[in-house]
Design a protein around this ligand. Structure first.
Ligand code: B12
Ligand code: SF4
Length: 422
């Protein structure tokens, strides 16, 4: 059974001047397929190419099954286009997985070029589907899979993350020899915070699960040794969610001379923890701050004051940790005055790394499911191929027009640019 796993080229790719990262989702699927499969990953997100080239490359592998990732909603349309072009040439089974397909499955399964959709986590479910397709079993996958005539939407998440194999790390699929890239690892799944604009927490049904620290350490050592690069980035949704785990992890990693970065949220970190992380090699922390307005922070259940954000960034700076601040403009309930407070906070932050972008509403999020409750005007027929365009707002709210949010966004970009140049 030959399985091609592909991420398409997206119209608006967002690298932010950073090193590219490998497609962890597809690598994890590849590592957990049954042994009788021959698998190849095609990463056209990191290696953009025209569809004619993508189709030719996949056809040369002559797959029985092609799985496309829609982890970014912007990958949905391009995946459908490629699936159609390939189906015109060969008899092949097509499968969609990832965030967009999971939440838009009703629409996606109606597409002629798509045979199956895998919902939520794919490692076990995709393996079950492949067993079914290769007639190893007559049993249609009991959960996380739908077809045109079987729309059972029973969902199961993987309780024990150590029970699945770590991602297949053959980076020759994605990166040229000697190309620099980020060694990314995921050590937990999910986030219980439930921010109304967040797709990943919905994807994990707001459940938080951890891998054991031994399995994480094994993976860190394996990838730093094989890549000859002692830096890793943890792409967990909130790496610092469990304080005790971070302390235990810092103790373990300290002995291995690894430089690492992770994500955090201001209310899950403190001075002592930052010091512990720093002394074990932490060099970068990504903070989703989102707003500088106390009113909005309270409404978003972010119970910290702007001064606390500045204090945490100062501590990071003093410890030579690169703190990255991310803000959203045009959040629900935000008025002009609130956005001005966000811009003010962004300006004051002692960092060179800032990102300010307009609110994007992705399928599956609380805002998508209930736009009226949040006062956001959501056009559900939007072209997702262009949604990640940070230069303009795509959604107006009861308080601000798209044009006004875009104007603020231009100011936000000027602020982040001037920080970068300082
Ligand atoms: C790493 C990351 C990035 C990296 C991407 C690196 C890469 N090459 O993939 C970078 C930094 C480039 C990035 C950028 C952005 N990102 Co990002 N990113 C992530 C992050 C944190 C981790 C992704 C990951 O590796 N997950 C771990 C793997 C194991 O899970 P997975 O990919 O979801 O795959 C599983 C399932 O989805 C499913 N599956 C996925 N594909 C397939 C395919 C098949 C066939 C099957 C069967 C199953 C399946 O099975 C997999 C295994 O369980 C996620 C959040 C998250 N925790 O997932 C956000 C996330 C994907 N990003 C998101 C966003 C919004 C962005 C940005 C737009 C943000 C911005 N403006 O700054 C940009 C731009 C994207 C673009 N257009 O270029 C959203 C996407 C929402 C959406 N519906 O589009 C997410 C979900 C975060 C969120 N808070 O909601 N991102
Ligand atoms: S804290 Fe981050 S990962 Fe968690 S729900 Fe909010 S945006 Fe999503």
């Amino acid at each position: 059974m030959r399985i091609a796993l592909a991420v398409p080229t997206v119209k608006i790719a967002y690298f932010d001047g950073k090193l590219p990262e490998p497609p962890l989702g597809l690598m994890s699927l590849a590592a957990n397929l049954p042994d009788y499969c021959e698998v190849k990953i095609f990463d056209f997100y990191n290696n953009p190419a025209p569809n004619s080239y993508i189709v030719k490359s996949i056809l040369a592998f002559n797959p029985d099954v092609i799985g496309f990732s829609t982890v970014f909603s912007s990958m949905y349309r391009p995946s459908l286009d490629i699936a159609k072009l390939i189906k015109d040439e060969i008899d092949v089974v097509t499968v969609l997985g990832g965030n967009h397909a999971t939440f838009m499955y009703m629409e996606a399964i109606e597409e002629k070029s798509i045979d199956f959709i895998v919902l939520h986590e794919g490692e076990i479910a995709f393996g079950n589907l492949v067993d079914y397709l290769s007639k190893k079993t007559n049993l249609f996958p009991p959960y996380n899979v739908i077809s045109k005539d079987k729309r059972n939407t029973e969902i199961q998440l993987i309780e024990d993350l150590d029970s699945i194999n770590p991602p297949l790390r053959d980076t020759s699929y994605f990166f040229k020899p000697n190309q620099k890239y980020r060694n990314s690892i995921i050590t937990t799944r999910g986030c219980p915070c439930g921010c109304p604009y967040c797709s990943t927490s919905a994807m994990q049904q707001y459940k938080y699960r951890e891998r054991s620290l031994n399995s994480v350490l094994d993976e860190v050592i394996q990838i730093t040794t094989s890549s000859n690069d002692n830096a890793v980035t943890f792409v967990d949704d909130i790496f610092t969610y469990n304080r005790d785990r971070v302390i235990a992890f810092s103790e373990i990693i300290k002995k291995h001379n690894i430089l690492w970065g992770c994500s955090s949220r201001i209310n899950t970190i403190d001075e002592e923890l930052i010091q512990i992380m720093s002394s074990s090699g932490c060099k970068g922390i990504f903070f989703g701050i989102e707003s500088g307005s106390p009113k909005i922070m309270k409404l978003l259940n972010r119970n910290y004051a702007p001064d606390e954000v500045i204090r945490i960034f100062r501590i990071c700076k003093d410890l030579e940790i690169n703190a990255y601040g991310s803000f959203i403009l045009g959040l629900p309930f935000e008025e002009e005055d609130d956005i001005l407070k966000t811009l003010e906070l962004a300006k004051k932050l002692p960092t060179t790394q800032l990102r300010l972008g307009p609110l994007q509403v992705y399928p599956g999020t609380k805002i998508w499911n209930n736009p009226d409750l949040f006062g956001v005007h959501v056009d559900k027929t939007i072209d997702f191929s262009s949604i990640d365009n940070d230069n303009r707002a795509h959604f107006s709210t009861n308080w601000l027009s798209k044009e006004r949010i875009t104007e603020f966004n231009i100011i936000g970009r000027q602020i982040s640019q001037s920080k970068l140049n300082n």
